[in-house]
Design a protein. Structure first.
Ligand code: NAP
Ligand code: MG
Length: 510
């Protein structure tokens, strides 16, 4: 079977047929097939008038805006409109950025009293807080995530990270009792597109708190909030060169990793690129942390509070369109409650609102890029071909932009691609188990080991199960909850090293 791209072919609504792209980007069900909602919310579009975007963004190096030879467009994936042009950092631009970071490290930052460093980081947090609405709107426009989420998750968590690590700057001796630690030097940091500002905060805040300077590269599709952050850094009066912000593609990232003067590399992204970076840094003496992909098990026991678990499933897989490394993308349901869970999940999908990310009522926004949309479609088609049973929300989708209907597969076998590969989209794979030990065995049957969830009303079962799961982050009776004081990171092919919490300081000291 083939993925239909013209959106004209007739398709079933029961999910047993080929996947329909519904014009530009839709999922299996055509717009005309949708169930009519009993009542509609009025639109509540977030105002964009207060947003200040430049037409063109230069690189932020040494506290100045530096032109590059090449620029590329960043678009709004919900409308396909160009938002701005951004500079492409070449190898020589990366060299400039690293040298400016090294100079700032040698001359200023490593010598500054920790308490003073803390004040700068605190100031960054305060200014982000003042501009929180602008940050949220730009994050939503550049990346496609719903404004509800950028306002309540991305921006508050990002600034909370700055506040949190501002507090650690002058207390490192308490973080490492009995050990005298020092900073490393220039940290090269590379982040993905799913949580741009938040990932930048996870990386910049602890690096600065420990006395390092930074060269950070945004992902190709989402550079704008990082350049907004550069404006904040200017406003906070950070000494020039302490934080250098650049944009580009994989080649730019590789130049940061390969630069002899970056002493520490912090990477968040795919396992595939993580492996390349590991090979590239082997034998160089560079300190490395890798935050990579995931295929988390969200385990629902028969004694779980089912309605709460349904919300946990929804939040686990449809939050941020499923572009979440720790997404609960493999649902493991105890066989005795499978029917009721699937029934309730189908019902819940009827009220999950997909559409304009700037609409405050939207739950699921746009897929980040056309490339990612194609990858999701390809894996969904593989699920159909391998015999799993697909179900998709019957919601309406916008005509323009990259959207995909919230989808789940039941009758998934362990051997299916959709049970093993990270889809990184709003697509859930449902598997079943009979006994707690089978649940643990299936949950751990993955190359990844980033996160997991357990739903049960028995406290002892929570502890017994969680202690056996090979995952860096575990949640019980909730999902996708984050806090700057709580470390985050993986096992196995999900990477190594921790970000967040006291443990997050470890990566930035020797
Ligand atoms: P990706 O393709 O690995 O890209 C991540 C970043 O690395 C981007 O900035 C990318 O640049 C850059 N890059 C690409 N090739 C590179 C190379 N050879 N050397 C250095 N840098 C290179 O991943 P993605 O598709 O953007 O992000 C999705 C992945 O990130 C998923 O697998 C997800 O699970 C993972 N993720 C993990 C965590 C975590 O904490 N564990 C958090 C979020 C996301 P361009 O974008 O400019 O090409
Ligand atoms: Mg964009």
């Amino acid at each position: 079977m083939k993925i239909l791209t013209d959106g004209k072919k007739k398709l079933n609504t029961n999910g047993k047929s080929d996947i329909n792209t519904g014009g530009r980007s839709n999922g299996l069900i055509k717009n005309s097939d949708k169930a009519k909602p009993k009542w509609e919310y009025s639109k509540s579009i977030e105002d964009k008038k207060h947003i200040k975007l430049k037409d063109k963004y230069d690189l932020f190096i040494g506290g100045k805006w530096v032109k590059s030879k090449k620029y590329f467009n960043t678009i709004n994936p919900a409308t396909e409109e160009v938002l701005a042009q951004v500079a492409y950092a070449s190898d020589s631009d990366v060299d400039k950025a690293v040298r400016s970071a090294e100079k700032a490290y040698d001359k200023v930052w490593s010598k500054m009293a920790p308490k003073e460093r803390g004040k700068y980081i605190f100031r960054i947090a305060r200014i982000i807080q003042e501009k929180a609405r602008e940050f949220a709107v730009i994050e939503t426009m550049d990346g496609g995530k719903s404004i509800k989420e950028s306002k309540t998750v991305d921006v508050p968590l990002a600034l909370a990270h700055f506040f949190y690590y501002a507090g650690w700057a002058d207390k490192l001796k308490y973080a490492f009792p009995g050990r005298k630690v020092s900073s490393i030097g220039v940290a090269g940091q590379i982040i993905p597109w799913n949580f741009p500002l938040l990932m930048a905060a996870w990386k910049i805040a602890p690096a600065l708190a420990c006395g390092n300077t930074v060269v950070i590269k945004s992902a190709e599709t989402t550079p704008l909030t990082l350049y907004k952050l550069a404006e904040v850094i200017e406003e906070a009066g950070l000494p020039e060169g302490v934080v250098n912000i650049i944009s580009g593609d994989g080649k730019t990232g590789a130049a940061i990793v390969g630069h002899p003067k970056t002493k520490k590399i912090a990477f968040t992204g795919s396992t595939e690129v993580g492996k390349i970076i590991m090979r590239q840094t082997a034998g160089t003496g560079k300190k490395l942390t890798l935050e990579l992909g995931g295929k988390a098990a969200n385990i629902i026991f028969e004694d779980a509070p089912i309605d709460a678990a349904i919300e946990g499933i929804i939040n686990g897989i449809y939050f941020n369109q499923g572009h979440v490394c720790c997404a609960g993308s493999r649902l493991l349901v105890q066989e005795s409650v499978k029917e009721i869970v699937i029934k309730k999940l189908k019902h819940r999908l009827t009220s999950l609102r997909v559409g304009d990310p700037l609409d405050k009522n939207t739950d699921v926004g746009a897929i980040n890029s056309l490339m990612q949309l194609e990858k999701i479609k390809e894996l969904v088609q593989a699920g159909i071909n391998e015999g799993a049973e697909i179900y998709q929300s019957k919601c309406d989708l916008p005509e323009r932009g990259y959207f995909f209907r919230p989808t789940f597969f039941s009758e998934v076998a362990q051997s299916h691609r959709i049970a093993n590969e990270e889809i990184f989209g709003p697509v859930l794979s449902i598997l079943t188990f009979r006994t707690p030990s089978e649940a643990v065995e299936k949950a751990n049957n993955t190359f990844y080991g980033l996160s997991a969830g357990v739903w049960t009303d028995k406290g002892s079962k929570i502890f017994k199960t969680l202690s056996k799961l090979r995952a860096g982050v575990v949640w019980s009776n909730t999902y996708n909850k984050f806090n700057p004081a709580s470390p985050f990171g993986g096992y196995k092919e999900s990477g190594f090293g921790r970000e967040g919490g006291r443990q997050g300081l470890d990566a930035y000291v020797v």
